[in-house]
Design a protein around this ligand. Structure first.
Ligand code: ZN
Length: 286
């Protein structure tokens, strides 16, 4: 089941059909046309541009690994970050093709990659919890121990993340970027990731519970310092997030991680409402 916060319309501000006008119609047609092109001969791989189809097997494989790296969000050593791939080559090309050129069927393989990253995050936490239990047991104690007990104070693994439902909270795009692109690529990928996780037996929902407090520039094209300044205090979490994520593992999701500024701001905004994220997951890490 995929759940959206009541504030979704404020986060994904698609205007009513009557106000879309010609520009909106053109975007819709372009989108449908692109989707149709992927079903027709002549469509080429979004990753390498060489093979026919949406994404060739080699580029699809590159998106899913081989190694999902788990590390901390820069500047937040308490917040683990997992990425399915490195942001380079065919992975970079596929993400840009989806995001900037609205090749919407790519949400499926990109969402699958995001699901891989979320799974890696959960697995790493279980591993960390198990290691902490061993350390807590010491060399002479034996017997069953409640999993995650040793990490309870950090919130990481305190209830065994792998056992809890996962709530994916997408990083919101700037409204201007959503208008320009005609879609919200991270929300779209998150929906697919939740569906994929669900099919694999992991309960997962999407709660679009973050929105911009004020107008921000698109992060693309800004340097590290500009990104920090652009985002400081920029996000606010819907109050409904706390109720919808109670007892769940909350994971902030985005397409790529660069400086970590967006992920940090997302975590801060959630924490203000009393929601402590378990970690962050992205399709690719720069
Ligand atoms: Zn390819």
């Amino acid at each position: 089941m995929i759940v959206f916060a009541a504030s979704t319309s404020r986060i994904d501000p698609a205007p009513p059909a009557g106000r879309r006008g010609l520009a909106g119609l053109r975007r819709t047609v372009a989108r449908v046309g692109h989707a149709a092109a992927d079903l027709a001969l002549g469509s080429v791989c979004a990753g390498c541009g060489e093979h026919p189809g949406l994404l060739c097997p080699a580029c699809r494989a590159a998106l899913l690994g081989p190694a999902s790296c788990v590390r901390a969000v820069p500047g937040r050593p308490d917040l683990p970050l997992a990425g399915a791939a490195t942001y380079a080559g065919s992975v970079r090309a596929a993400i840009i093709e989806h995001k900037e050129h609205a090749r919407l069927p790519l949400a499926a393989p990109l969402g699958d990659a995001l699901a891989v990253a979320v799974t890696a995050l959960l697995a790493a936490d279980v591993t960390a919890a198990a290691a902490a239990e061993v350390a807590a047991l010491g060399p002479v104690r034996h017997g069953p121990v409640r999993r995650g007990a040793a990490l309870g104070h950090t919130g990481l693994g305190s209830a065994g993340l792998g056992d809890r439902p996962v709530v994916l909270i997408p990083v919101p795009s700037a409204r201007s970027a959503v208008r320009r692109r005609g879609h919200d690529p991270v929300l779209r990928s998150a929906r697919r990731a939740a569906a994929t996780l669900h099919r694999s037996g992991q309960r997962a929902t999407v709660v679009a519970g973050l929105r911009h407090r004020h107008r921000v520039a698109d992060q693309a094209g800004l340097d590290r310092r500009e990104r920090e300044h652009n985002l400081q205090g920029a996000l606010v979490a819907a109050r409904a997030v706390a109720g919808r994520s109670d007892g769940c593992c909350v994971v902030v999701v985005d397409d790529i991680a660069t400086t970590g500024a967006t992920l940090r701001e997302s975590a801060r905004a959630l924490e203000v409402t009393g929601v402590r994220p378990c970690g962050a997951a992205v399709i690719a890490v720069v």
